[in-house]
Design a protein around this ligand. Structure first.
Ligand code: PLP
Length: 373
């Protein structure tokens, strides 16, 4: 008799998708996790030129094109000051696959993985798919991950903990001292820190730092992606880097589940990484203006709003019934519990949408609030 694996039965379709399915056609969608900008022209052109020249028809090496991995290494030298060998980079099908191979390569059956709660939905699901047990750690009131809470959650079974700054769904940016603490914890407890840095460039308050800058052992692997850095979600191009021995293990998984990242996307990402970077500033400035608009609007409504220092999400505390009332009135927002038990009582709003729609959505959310309190 056929059956489904116990692993797959431990996970379900993300709560975010369920919200989208419930929404009407004319709804204002504040549920989307992707920047509303076109990909950089030079990235698109590089893919077109490589495709027309017949350079993108075949498999690339499993790790990806050497020139792409050199551009990735150069990016991390430039931004983090890390001395990264291009051979210690794997180009993946988005940050999603990078997270998958990092967890698959390091987590045994029954191992624990400490994850932020609320946190990005994949951490929980990928841990379960690897046969591990997620250990959700509640966030501080400002929605940053507390290193002490992570350290307290470590047991003999802990294989890894996940750090995500700037964070989804919170928009919170961890201060550099906390990032240094995460590195110390990885070193001292000999557990792996998986640092998900896909929102690295979208920071308004504070600065983006990586645990890999501080670690004294090789206990940090970094996940990043062209998706949010360059507004290229559809290209499905991310990467993971770490020490040679860790990359070699992750490559074993990548080789069998993916073979290599899509060749046209690799050309596009290489151009995005090494070409003009002005789009990044334009996006960050736009997101900052919208963040200010949305935070002020939500506070005017009467909601408590931990101020997000980055990414393009805000996570206000909301009264019972608020999310459903917003969706019924045509504004899609995501209930906090879609991101973990401790997200209950919050909602995630993405402001990756135009200012006019945001103003309209704030007005509707004000009416929804009045209807439920
Ligand atoms: N990590 C975080 C925190 C995310 O929010 C996302 C996407 O929403 C990803 C990783 C994966 O992004 P992608 O696979 O598009 O690179």
């Amino acid at each position: 008799m056929t059956h489904f694996s116990d692993r797959v039965e431990r996970i379900s379709i993300s709560g975010i998708r369920k919200v989208f399915e419930a929404a009407g056609e004319d709804a204002i969608n504040l549920g989307l996790g992707q920047p509303d900008f076109p990909a950089p022209d030079h990235a698109r052109r590089a893919a077109v030129e490589a495709t027309e020249a017949g350079e993108a028809d075949g498999y690339t090496g499993n790790k990806g094109l050497p020139s792409l991995r050199e551009a990735i290494a150069e990016k991390h030298r430039r931004d983090q000051g890390v001395d990264l060998d291009p051979d210690d980079v794997i180009a993946t099908a988005g940050g999603s696959e990078a997270l998958h191979i990092a967890i698959e390569a390091h987590v045994n059956e029954g191992d624990e993985v400490i994850i932020p709660d609320p946190g990005f939905v994949s951490y929980d699901a990928l841990t379960k798919l690897a046969g591990g047990d997620p250990v959700p750690v509640p966030l501080r009131d400002d929605l940053t991950l507390d290193p002490e809470a992570v350290e307290d959650a470590i047991t003999d079974d802990t294989a890894a903990f996940v750090v995500n700054s700037p964070g989804n769904p919170t928009g919170a940016v961890s201060p550099p001292d906390d990032i240094a603490e995460f590195a110390r914890i990885a070193d001292e407890h000999d557990v792996l820190c998986i640092s998900d840095e896909v929102y690295e460039y979208t920071v308004f308050e504070g600065e983006h730092r990586s645990p890999i800058e501080f670690a004294e052992t090789d206990n940090v692997v970094v996940v990043n992606s062209a998706s949010k850095l360059f507004s290229m979600t559809g290209w499905r191009l991310g990467w993971v880097y770490g020490s040679t021995r860790r990359v070699e293990r992750m490559l074993r998984v990548h080789q069998y589940v993916q073979a290599c990242a899509s060749a046209p996307a690799q050309f596009a990402a290489e151009a995005a990484l090494s070409g003009p970077q002005d789009r990044i500033e334009e996006m960050t400035e736009t997101f900052r203006e919208r963040r200010d608009l949305v935070v002020a609007g939500l506070e005017d409504i009467g909601l408590t709003v931990p101020s997000p220092g980055g990414a393009f999400y805000v996570m206000p505390e909301v009264p019972e019934g608020f999310v459903d009332e917003c969706i019924d009135r045509g504004v899609i927002i995501v209930p906090g519990e879609a991101f973990g038990e401790h997200g209950r009582g919050y909602a995630r709003l993405s402001y990756a949408t135009d200012t006019e729609s945001l103003r309209e959505a704030i007005e509707i959310m004000g009416e929804a609030y009045d209807a439920v309190v």
